[in-house]
Design a protein around this ligand. Structure first.
Ligand SMILES: [Zn+2]
Length: 721
């Protein structure tokens, strides 16, 4: 029988027809379907002659219409001249398609207004451009529904039992709001019903069918906009949505336990982190917009990732440390359940008969002890550590199956995206631009607030809204407000004012979609987990290539002094330009091109270096020094670079000029090169390759130095003619 996805696909196809074609097809389909439903035992209504006028003129020309019939269970008759619906067919898909079509035909004007209530950025006038996004909506809506089934995995408390509970609640809950027109009053009803599971009221179903009186108006009402096609059973999906919100909103209260926070603090090497943060902050204090608290957060995040928490794809064998293979799900023990592990993954050892269990703990206190997991465990434990360290922190749940943290920066007066597994701070477009994610809903939860923050994580709001098919936008706004109001009840008026201001500011931030540019750091594909795992999730993104295209050009001081000197220090991650004493932070800001490169910190060895991204087999990085705009040419180059290789790793350093001159150079010594005299620009290039085993990425390192060493690891001095 047809699946929900199938039905959605058919409807989406139907919607892509020209309005008159759509109207004819829909009118005919509804007549066929109504006849069948009203005369269920009459065979003639279940038989359609393919050559009839009705079929050949109304059904066949419409893309998706035949598919609708097949989805309902129609099959070709033996004579090949008719389509028949066997008497034994279940009519549920037919009803569902009817419902969808009717929803579309009567509800368009409402949907438009509900869309307009959602983030202000979507209020732009409908344009022809919307049509171009129509083709994406097919795959988008299927991926969204696929996501909604798998996303449960990342919800902290979502165990299989709670999911079952949500479905059964749904079944007995009045489907309050499935008719679009009922939206204004029904949201409150549906939420209270969901939370209190009030006795079933079956009025809603009647409501749905009686509401659909005017399919004939479809053509006249055909909108210029393309709208998301809501899931066939919107009432059920809204109840599940509500349940998911409630679970995470309750979960974040765990972080407020004073004893748990004290326990968490015991694990953090506060002195070390604060000394490092203080040192780094002082170095750039005059030029940075961030404050000490932001710097400490970076240290906390780095420590959490490098030293404290471990990523687990497949756990090693408990007994012999051998590699394992996933072998299904196990039964949670009472101990597992006590720490919120409703799901227990089972792994078979490849070397011994031992079975290794991997309970997916949800209790943040337990995670302080186990210190391992995937993004769910990472975000859960890290959000606790942020709260324990005194930051205002949010647990952020992405409906397409990821979780991270947001921390409120007092210096910036805004929420910072913070994903320790990715070592990504304030790189909100990383998922969409870097991983190639098709986001739908991203919601942030804290002890005093809940907000739909999806818009921060996307630069393509118009495409995104088409994928939001799990609930009505007006419903979501109301539900979030209701949950927020409930949580903020009893808050002092002063605090309330602060939260309201933040909410308004955040809303304003979301408007500026069009001005968003993707930074180099955001183009990175997923960093955590094995390559295999990343590929399995399809998050490698379109390209791992980073092209910041920075060019070093001489300043007026450089010109006056006759040379341009650039140094880079890996431990402080800072470039210093001699002429102007300008410092810029982050290695990526100074490179012309780079591919598969990252900066790695080893807390246990106290070392830092640039290396290949994990899982990559080769990498390259280039710096460009260009005198052409100044009219000068190169007289002499002084170059010193440091690098280290291990095992079979290899690094090739070279200098190339725009006029074709080229030479390889050795690391860890100073070169005075006069053979580039007369050239206008040079590139310094490093190619990293080879190495052995799973850690091959680590076997080629640039600029390796102690974290306490602040000497430069790269020096390029360009002396002018
Ligand atoms: Zn073993």
């Amino acid at each position: 029988m047809a699946t929900a996805n199938n039905v959605e696909d058919c409807i989406v196809k139907l919607l892509e027809n020209e309005p008159p074609v759509y109207a004819n097809a829909v009118k005919t389909l509804l007549r066929i379907f109504n006849n069948i439903q009203q005369n269920q035992s009459v065979e003639k209504f279940r038989k359609l002659r393919l050559s009839s006028k009705v079929v050949s003129e109304n059904i066949l020309p419409a893309n998706g219409a035949m598919e609708c019939l097949f989805a309902c269970g129609f099959v070709e008759d033996d004579d090949s001249e008719h389509l028949v619906l066997p008497m034994s067919s279940n009519l549920s898909t037919l009803k569902s398609i009817c419902h969808q079509i009717q929803l579309r035909s009567s509800g368009d004007s409402h949907k438009q207004s509900s869309l307009l209530q959602s983030p202000p950025s979507t209020t732009g006038p409908p344009t022809a451009a919307n049509n171009s996004t129509a083709s994406t909506s097919t795959s988008a809506s299927t991926s969204a529904s696929a996501a909604s089934t798998s996303a449960a995995a990342s919800t902290p408390a979502a165990s299989s039992s709670s999911l079952a509970a949500s479905t059964s609640t749904a079944a007995s809950t009045p489907a309050a709001a499935s008719t679009p027109a009922a939206a204004s009053t029904s949201a409150a009803a549906s939420t209270s019903a969901a939370s209190s599971s009030s006795p079933a009221a079956s009025t809603s179903t009647a409501n749905i069918t009686s509401k659909s009186s005017a399919p004939a108006n479809a053509a006249a009402k055909w909108p210029k906009w393309k709208f998301p096609v809501l899931t066939p059973n919107i009432a059920l999906s809204e109840v599940q949505f509500y349940h998911k919100l409630k679970v995470s909103f309750d979960h974040v209260l765990l972080y407020e336990d004073i004893q748990l926070q004290a326990k968490a603090l015991q694990y953090i090497p506060k002195d070390y982190l604060s000394q490092t943060a203080d040192r780094k902050y002082k170095q750039v204090k005059s030029t940075t917009k961030f404050d000490y608290a932001d710097f400490y957060l970076i240290e906390l995040m780095d420590w959490f990732r490098d030293d404290f928490f471990r990523w687990v794809n497949k756990p090693d064998c408990d007994l012999c440390k051998g590699k394992t293979q996933h072998a299904g799900m196990g039964k949670p023990s009472s101990e597992d359940l006590r720490y919120g592990a409703g799901r227990v993954e089972i792994y078979k050892c490849s070397q011994c008969p031992h079975i290794t269990r991997f309970p997916r703990y949800n209790d943040p206190g337990k995670l302080l002890e186990t210190r391992r997991g995937r993004c769910g465990e990472w975000a859960n434990c890290f959000t606790l550590l942020c709260r324990a360290s005194g930051y205002e922190a949010r647990y952020v749940l992405d409906w397409t199956d990821h979780v991270w943290t947001e921390v409120f920066s007092t210096s910036q007066q805004r929420w910072l995206h913070c994903d320790p597994g990715e070592k990504a701070l304030d790189k909100p477009l990383r998922y969409e631009a870097g991983w190639g994610k098709k986001l739908t809903y991203v919601v942030a939860f804290s002890k005093d607030d809940i907000n739909d923050v999806t818009w921060r994580y996307s630069a393509h709001h118009q495409d995104l809204i088409l994928r939001r098919t799990s609930c009505r936008e007006s419903w979501l706004i109301k539900v979030l407000k209701q949950l927020r109001d409930e949580r903020q009840k009893g808050m002092s008026s002063e605090l309330l004012r602060i939260h309201q201001l933040r909410l308004i500011k955040e809303g304003a931030e979301f408007i500026f979609e069009k001005t968003k540019t993707v930074s180099a750091g955001e183009m990175m594909s997923r960093q955590t987990g094995s390559l295999e795992w990343r590929q399995a999730r399809g998050e490698m993104g379109q390209s791992a290539k980073v092209t910041p295209h920075h060019t070093f050009t001489p300043s007026s001081t450089d010109l006056a002094q006759g040379h341009m000197k650039v140094t880079y220090c890996a431990s402080t991650n800072t470039y210093i330009l001699s002429g102007s004493q300008v410092k810029t932070h982050d290695w990526e800001t100074g490179v012309y091109e780079s591919e598969n490169m990252m900066r790695n910190v080893e807390v246990d060895w106290n070392m830092v270096y640039l290396a290949r991204t994990k899982g990559s087999t080769s990498a390259s990085v280039t710096w460009l020094f260009d005198l052409s705009s100044s009219g000068k040419t190169i007289k002499e180059l002084i170059i010193s670079v440091s690098s280290a290789t291990f095992h079979t790793g290899s690094i090739r350093w070279s200098v190339e000029a725009e006029d074709g001159k080229q030479m390889d150079i050795k690391p860890n010594m100073t070169h005075k090169l006069t053979n580039f005299s007369g050239s206008k620009s040079v590139k310094l290039c490093a190619h990293l390759a080879a190495g052995a085993g799973a850690d091959a990425w680590q076997h080629t390192q640039l600029f390796r130095q102690s974290r306490d060493d602040t000497s430069s690891t790269l020096l390029v001095d360009v002396i002018f003619n």
